[in-house]
Ligand binder design. Structure first.
Ligand code: TA6
Length: 288
């Protein structure tokens, strides 16, 4: 880290070796790091516990590609660009590869609150012809809370999809079972709609969109339980690349899949969410 700038009693800003601005928060409840590149929560660790989030030991942290791990922000689309957006656009949109603005940091009794924002510029307009104000509010406390708000500052309606693409750290796939996902899901690996029978266990590559999740998805990992609480989302995405997928990613070690599982609050319906001019829409995830 280069020159460090204290912002509050519990938050400082410094550039990493590649010159990317990184917020470091260390308060009574937890510590966390947030990259302004991507508006990207990189880590969140309650004192005395392991980090709740997984970050690849091969993550690229120089701004040249999305960061592998933490909580990437997939916006204004999820996965390949939908037909309404057009072809030849980056997967998961452009929020995770844009430099966000730090609007404010404040310490409170229940944690440190960070406000980040992103607005349209030439680069985003070339990909998506809409004026917008995208805001991310992150509370780092005994829970990690993210609220992503899409405000339409343009003159025509905009439609978006998104995901708070949380990479949870796990001890080992065989130690994990997941409940609260609901039954119906789309298996993106087969294209088939399926029904979840009982708790989900992690034994192979998975890329699933659960259409009727409960508000609380519980990830039991041996003795440790993590809960992912989602708000105003329409689905929860569960992904693991497994061995073959990990081996194919330059920014994931071949065994990296054994210590991560993505559980993502998402908006994945084909229709997306349409926001009228001067209106806004928010959805959230809380890791506890
Ligand atoms: O959330 C699951 C997913 O959509 C998978 O299909 C896989 O592509 C994953 O996201 C990671 O995408 P990325 O572009 O970050 O490699």
């Amino acid at each position: 880290m280069q020159s460090t700038r204290p912002l509050t009693a519990h938050c400082q800003l410094a550039n990493n070796a590649a010159g990317l601005p990184i917020l470091t928060i260390h308060n009574d409840q937890a510590k966390a790091q947030i990259s302004l590149f991507g508006g990207h929560v990189l880590s969140y660790q309650r004192h005395g516990e392991p980090d709740s989030l997984w970050l690849s030991d091969k993550a690229v942290l120089d701004g040249n590609k999305p960061i592998r791990g933490g909580i990437p922000l997939c916006w204004p689309w999820f996965g390949p660009a939908p037909a309404r957006v057009g072809d030849d656009k980056p997967a998961h949109g452009f929020a995770r590869t844009s430099l966000w603005t730090l609007d404010g940091v404040s310490d409170h009794q229940d944690g440190t609150l960070v406000h980040l924002s992103l607005v349209e510029d030439e680069a985003t307009l070339a990909l998506w012809p809409h004026a917008f104000a995208l805001e991310l509010d992150v509370l780092v406390g005994k829970e990690l809370s993210l609220v992503l708000t899409t405000r339409n500052t343009g003159k025509t309606p905009l439609t978006y999809n998104a995901a708070l693409h949380t990479y949870l750290q796990i001890s080992a796939p065989e130690a994990v079972s997941v409940t609260g996902l609901g039954a119906p899901y789309l298996d993106k690996l087969t294209g088939r709609n399926e029904l979840q029978q009982g708790a989900l266990t992690v034994t192979a590559a998975m890329d699933r969109i659960y259409r009727q999740p409960e508000a609380i998805v519980a990830v039991q990992d041996g003795e440790r339980a993590t809960r992912v609480v989602s708000g105003n989302n329409d689905s929860v995405v569960v992904w693991t690349p497994w061995a073959q997928g990990a081996a194919a990613m330059a920014d994931m070690s071949d065994d990296g899949y054994r210590t991560m599982l993505c559980v993502e609050a998402a908006i994945t319906t084909d229709a997306g969410i349409t926001v009228a001019p001067d209106e806004e829409h928010s959805f959230s995830t809380v890791i506890l």
